[in-house]
Ligand binder design. Structure first.
Ligand code: HEC
Length: 194
């Protein structure tokens, strides 16, 4: 009787493992960004991320939330984040529209993450989401500055808004400003006259 029970449980587990394997191996799992989510994909990945983050220390921001830091954060944001996360008053760009999961538009609403949590996400990235890790590409100070910026996205002063939107007509041009700069450079009369 007891042996039968164990055998039943083992067989059940084998069937489930086989079913999961078959689901992926037979090409039934969604792979395109526009396809429906894998069952429980969002729940499980969200659960894993939060369980992990909960165990970490939750430090206070290491830079004060003042105008200078917000402006520096805006410079970082424009160069590295706007392509995916958008700019105040700008429509979503092609990259943001084509991603799954969709990058939240950080100036449309405000993230409910505390600054330390955004710091962690920017430093380490998020697996299976397209959110890159910026560790070794940005300094700790720059990451705090941009984390404080997104935390305060709904109350940025005019100067910060200007920094974010200067010379920008689409997030794509903001992320890759070189062509735009040539077109509007004052020392290039051919370009500025038209
Ligand atoms: C290539 C696109 C891409 C770039 C560039 C990018 N991100 Fe992200 N980011 C994402 C995606 C996609 C998510 C959503 C992840 C998810 O749903 O699990 C995300 C999530 C986040 C979150 C969590 C938001 C929330 O409320 O859950 C923060 C904060 C964030 N990114 C900040 C940044 C910052 C700051 C930068 C620039 C230094 C940046 N990201 C650059 C794609 C990007």
């Amino acid at each position: 009787m007891f042996k039968g029970l164990i055998l039943g449980i083992l067989l059940g587990m084998l069937l489930i493992a086989g079913g999961v394997y078959y689901y992926f191996a037979s090409g039934r799992a969604p792979v395109a960004t526009s396809a429906t989510p894998i069952p429980f994909e969002k729940t499980l990945s969200g659960m894993a991320l939060h369980a992990y983050l909960d165990k970490l220390p939750h430090p206070e921001p290491q830079v004060p939330t003042d105008e200078a830091n917000l402006v520096s954060g805006a410079k970082v944001y424009k160069q590295h984040c706007a392509t995916c996360h958008g700019l105040p008053g700008e429509p979503k760009g092609a990259i943001a529209l084509g991603m799954y999961p969709a990058p939240p538009q950080l100036f449309l609403g405000v993230t409910d993450d505390d600054a330390w949590e955004s710091y962690w996400k920017v430093e380490n990235g998020i697996r299976m989401s397209g959110m890159p890790a910026f560790k070794d590409r940005l300094t700790e100070k720059q990451i705090w500055q941009v984390a404080v910026l997104v935390k305060n996205a709904d109350k940025i002063p005019e100067s910060v808004k200007k920094e974010l939107t200067a010379n920008a007509s689409t997030p794509m041009e903001t992320a890759m400003p070189s062509s735009k700069q040539v077109a509007t450079a004052p020392n290039n009369p051919k370009q500025t006259k038209k």
